[in-house]
Write a protein that binds this ligand. Structure first.
Ligand code: MG
Length: 454
């Protein structure tokens, strides 16, 4: 797929991603859908309105009536699509910086479209075989107010409200000026939590912080948790399908530790948990303790969704899945990542114990993550050969699902060439900091010898 990466169309708005281009993409989507009605929504980005107008325009020209939802988190749009039984386009660049925008394509079941459907859309776009409606069959627009409120109601009905309310918790929420600003503070208040907010005004200039919920952008949330005696800090990305936590001491919680804690509570014997090849040992331990199976996929939510669908169609039970970036699926609830739902499910675990105690069993790992650049052109082959040679000669268990992952007794290292940039991502994990650094350094030396700039 050239246009749709592992998470939809993305680019710098008005440079890579112009309204006129999105009109064509949306017309192609409408051609493949061939439906009567569809929804269009967006996150808070400054370029969201013209791009949503363009998307709506393309759909209308394909003869589709368009429900305009305005600003709603991606999981709220997915809930709307499933409830109404109509597909949807979400204008968002998720966690990317403010100047970016993009589009996610959601089916009438509320799930992001499978790869085969995205490829059909790309083919229509390439061959320009658009199904344009006649003048008297053009789609009409319908403004829908309150899709975000309906989403909050649905969330409230799907978690253990009594348990959370009785835990009497204070929660600090940082939606990062994104779409979650409209829903998460209200949702957690109505769950009976005392709510403190940070960056909770919808603002496409993102004055308080960058949309990506990584520790470097969340220092203020950590301080707020510490100084206010909050029980948990919750941060979202721009479209609020992810949740990252800070414990009651204001300490950043590794995404994989939160996933492992939720998995430990969710998994039963015989279940399967799906994650990406970047998965922490914390997850294999949680799975093993529950007598469940851990299935690894290539990185990216599209791959995780595909694996969940395949496993379930074979009769497997997959109650939880996700990656260490805060994007966790509870497929029995919905085959979508939902930052607010993930946050509430974590609060359920906090009845009677602080967040640090919930996470204690999954502490004590050290993770290293590096991006190593190499020059354009012929060097790529030398780099790939060096990784392969290192991988096949190592005294470790090799996994080649996405790059080369080497599992040793006391840790693992993964080298993953980027599909789009001239760089290799190296991940390592071990109990000891020195060992994790050593595993990453070993891979870096192999890359350096092949000509990479370490
Ligand atoms: Mg997102």
């Amino acid at each position: 797929m050239e246009l749709f990466g592992s998470s939809g169309v993305r680019g710098v708005a008005n440079e890579d991603l112009t309204p006129e281009f999105l009109v064509r993409v949306a017309t192609a989507v409408g051609t493949v859908w061939g439906v009567k009605e569809a929804a269009v929504a967006r996150d808070t980005r400054t370029t969201g309105r013209p791009l949503a107008d363009a998307a709506a325009s393309g759909l209308a020209s394909a003869g589709i009536d368009v429900h305009r939802l305005g600003i709603v988190p991606t999981p709220g749009v997915q809930a709307y699509a499933a409830r109404e039984g109509i597909p949807a386009l979400m204008i968002t660049a998720s966690h990317n910086p403010p100047q970016y925008n993009g589009m996610k394509v959601i089916g009438e079941d509320g799930v992001e479209l499978p790869v085969a459907d995205l490829e059909r859309i790309e083919s229509v776009l390439r061959t320009e075989q658009f199904a344009r409606a006649r003048w008297n069959e053009i789609g009409v627009e319908k403004r829908v107010e309150g899709a975000h409120r309906a989403y909050v109601e649905e969330l409230l009905d799907s978690v253990d409200r009594t348990r959370i309310a009785e835990a009497d918790l204070t929660v600090a929420i940082d939606p990062g000026h994104g779409a979650g600003s409209l829903t998460s503070p209200d949702f957690f208040r109505r769950l009976g939590c005392r709510v403190l907010t940070l960056n909770a005004q919808p603002d496409g200039t993102f004055p308080g912080r960058d949309p990506e919920p990584v520790p470097e952008n969340l220092g203020e949330l950590s301080r707020l948790v510490r100084t206010s005696d909050a029980d948990l800090g919750i941060a979202h990305d721009g479209d609020a399908d992810r949740a990252i936590f800070f414990d009651e001491r204001g300490e950043y919680v590794e995404g994989d530790a939160a996933l492992a804690a939720l998995a430990a509570a969710e998994l039963n014997a015989g279940d399967t948990i799906v994650s990406a090849v970047t998965a922490s040992r914390r997850l294999s331990e949680a799975a093993a303790a529950a007598d469940a199976t851990l299935a690894l996929t290539p990185v990216g939510s599209t791959n995780i969704v595909t694996a969940i669908r395949d496993l379930r169609s074979e009769g497997a039970s997959v109650p939880i899945a996700g990656e260490g970036n805060g994007g966790i699926f509870f497929p029995d609830y919905r085959l979508a990542r939902d930052g607010a739902y993930i946050g509430a499910r974590f609060l359920e675990l906090m009845a009677g114990q602080p967040a640090s105690a919930v996470l204690a069993a999954f502490d004590g790992y050290y993770n290293v993550r590096r991006a190593i650049e190499y020059g354009e052109g012929s060097e790529r082959e030398a780099i790939m050969a060096a990784i392969e040679q290192r991988a096949t000669r190592a005294d470790a268990t090799l996994d080649t699902t996405d790059g080369y992952r080497l599992d040793y007794d006391d840790g693992w290292v993964l080298a993953r060439p980027s599909g789009t940039e001239p760089l290799v991502r190296v991940y390592a994990e071990a109990r000891e900091r020195e060992r994790a650094e050593e595993l990453a350094a070993g891979m870096e030396r192999a890359l350096e010898a092949a000509g990479a700039q370490v």
